[in-house]
Ligand binder design. Structure first.
Ligand code: UD1
Ligand code: CA
Length: 507
């Protein structure tokens, strides 16, 4: 197909997009992680055209800014006033005045579902038939609003008639013009120069070029798209949602064919830059955005949103929100976990329920199981961060770093006030506020010692239910019964699987 490489591609994107009711230019609205215009340019890319011109008008600064980001080689063409599709192509070819021959492909900037395959088929047919124009047409269930393709009795294209200029008989035709064409450059220039504005909209219609060329006795060919959805243009946000769904279906189907299990395609959304390995599993209500990657045997979802996040082999991410995170092989994340940029979880780590992390490196096999904030931290291997630990990284002015070594056990409800270091094999006592480094192997205890005031409730809250219960307990214990001492109270504190014992007596 390389022998039929077009000399130019012209993308039309100057229209107002009024029905979007948006401050954002229509072609900049994104579906599946890429702008409408971006999708069109990506589809046209494999044609290998030497020149690409994009015609802009309304909200042109926005579009031009975006264009330099995504396709800096494109030639921007400013159409000051929207004089019609014919006018738009005419000024685009003026901007490409050095291109004097070859094929020019014209397409609108708002048809994101168009595929490279279909465009290549159009260009190939154009070359095979020696046509001066080849129109991509579509059979649609409802042709209202579209230009109709009028053919002769023997099936040759005669002209394209716009909906507003069509008589009743023409309106019955179901074959429409998709606004995607291949033209011979010279013949197109010649016909564009002859366009008039003698029509219902007072515009230069590109579609009139077809009738003119047929009148000249030239060959005009056509390709009917097998799937008319491919050429669906976006004019409002309902159509935007429709093309987004269709694009999602396409992406999801692609990954299923590549060996990914997607348990509920209808509620799974992913962008065009996402990559998935075979035998990964994506569960319902999951959204994968940006350059997210999920490795083999990993499971993501249900109810998870990942952006620019990598999930290592066999890792599990359940009901979580992750952005800019690296999740190591075999790691367990969620439910209800928020991983922010710079989070790097090692192999077989855990970031459990209600854990938020940011700019945190977590070594292999380290666990942060519950209710913690880990920010600006580096934690070694095989360490455990007790429930409700907070890495206090912000003093109101600057962010500071916390280091935790290997095989450390940070007790539940520890405040690690950065900058601070907890050494290898060190512990912190539950409930501690750690403001000074804890050396390797030491336990840091940073809290007030507990003191019990015996009989306080019965004296100070007489008649209350608590006093009643206290009295019963005292009576059951009998005169010789052991009242709880401060020591036993301490070890009977409600515990989880974290380091929560003070063992302050051992200091
Ligand atoms: C056009 C076709 C119609 C076809 C339909 C398919 C014409 C006259 N009609 O109609 O046969 O069925 O597309 O969707 O071509 N644009 C410019 N500058 C302009 C006018 C338009 O850049 O001065 C751009 C628009 O931004 C859009 C594209 O050209 O991307 C098509 O224009 P639009 O106004 O949507 O044409 P339709 O009326 O939909
Ligand atoms: Ca349109």
């Amino acid at each position: 197909m390389t022998d039929s490489r077009p000399a130019a591609v012209v993308v039309l994107a100057a229209g107002e997009g009024k029905r979007m009711k948006s401050e954002l230019a229509k072609v900049l609205h994104a579906i599946c992680g890429r702008s409408l215009l971006g999708h069109v340019l990506v589809a046209a890319e494999p044609l290998g055209a030497a020149n690409t011109a994009v015609v802009v008008g309304h909200l042109r600064e926005q579009i031009l800014g975006h264009l330099t980001e995504i396709e800096s080689n494109a030639t921007p063409v400013v159409q000051e006033t929207q004089g019609g599709t014919g006018h738009a192509v005419r000024i685009a070819l003026d901007a490409l005045s050095e291109v004097t021959e070859g094929t020019v492909v014209v397409l609108p900037g708002d048809v994101p579902l168009i595929t490279a395959d279909t465009l290549q088929r159009l260009v190939a047919r154009h070359a095979e038939t020696n046509a001066v124009a080849t129109v991509l047409t579509a059979e649609v269930p409802d042709a209202t609003g579209y230009g109709r393709v009028v053919r002769s009795a023997d099936g040759h294209i005669l002209s394209i008639v716009e909906d507003r200029d069509a008589d009743q008989a023409t309106k019955q035709l179901r074959e429409i013009n998709t606004s995607i064409y291949a033209f011979d450059m010279g013949k197109l220039r010649d016909a564009l120069a002859r366009l008039t504005t003698d029509n219902a909209q007072g515009e230069e219609y590109l579609t009139d070029v077809i009738g003119l060329l047929v009148g000249d006795g030239e060959v005009v060919a056509s390709v009917v798209t097998p799937d008319h959805l491919e050429t669906l243009g976006v004019n409002d946000r309902i159509q935007l949602a429709a093309v987004r769904r269709a694009m999602r279906d396409r992406i999801v189907a692609h990954w299923m064919r590549e060996g990914v299990t997607i348990t509920d395609p209808e509620t799974t959304w992913m962008g065009v830059r996402v990559t998935l390995e075979p035998d990964s599993v994506i569960h319902q209500n999951t959204q994968l955005h940006g350059a997210t990657h999920v490795a083999q045997f990993a499971e993501v979802g249900p109810d998870s949103t990942l952006r620019n996040t990598t999930v290592g082999m066999g890792a599990k991410v359940i009901k979580s929100h992750c952005t800019g995170a690296e999740i190591g092989a075999g790691a367990a994340v969620g439910p209800f976990t928020y991983l922010r940029p710079g989070t790097v979880l090692g192999k077989d780590t855990k970031a459990g329920a209600y854990v938020e992390m940011k700019n945190a490196k977590v070594g292999d096999e380290t666990k942060v199981p519950h209710l913690s904030y880990v920010g600006d931290a580096e934690i070694g291997e095989r360490s455990n961060i007790g429930a409700a630990t907070v890495f206090v990284n912000y003093d109101g002015v600057d962010k500071h770093k916390t280091l935790v070594g290997d095989d450390a056990r940070v007790g539940s409800d520890t405040m690690l006030v950065a900058p601070v270091t907890v050494g290898d094999g060190a512990y912190t006592a539950a409930g501690s506020v750690i403001t000074e480094d804890v050396p390797p192997g030491a336990i840091g205890v940073g809290r007030a010692r507990q003191r019990n005031i015996e009989g306080w409730v019965e004296r100070k809250r007489p008649g209350s239910k608590s006093a009643e219960a206290a009295r019963r307990a005292r009576e059951q214990a009998g005169p010789a019964g052991g009242t709880m001492t401060s020591d036993t109270m301490e070890s009977a504190s409600p515990t989880g699987d974290q380091t929560q014992h003070d063992q302050g007596a051992d200091e």
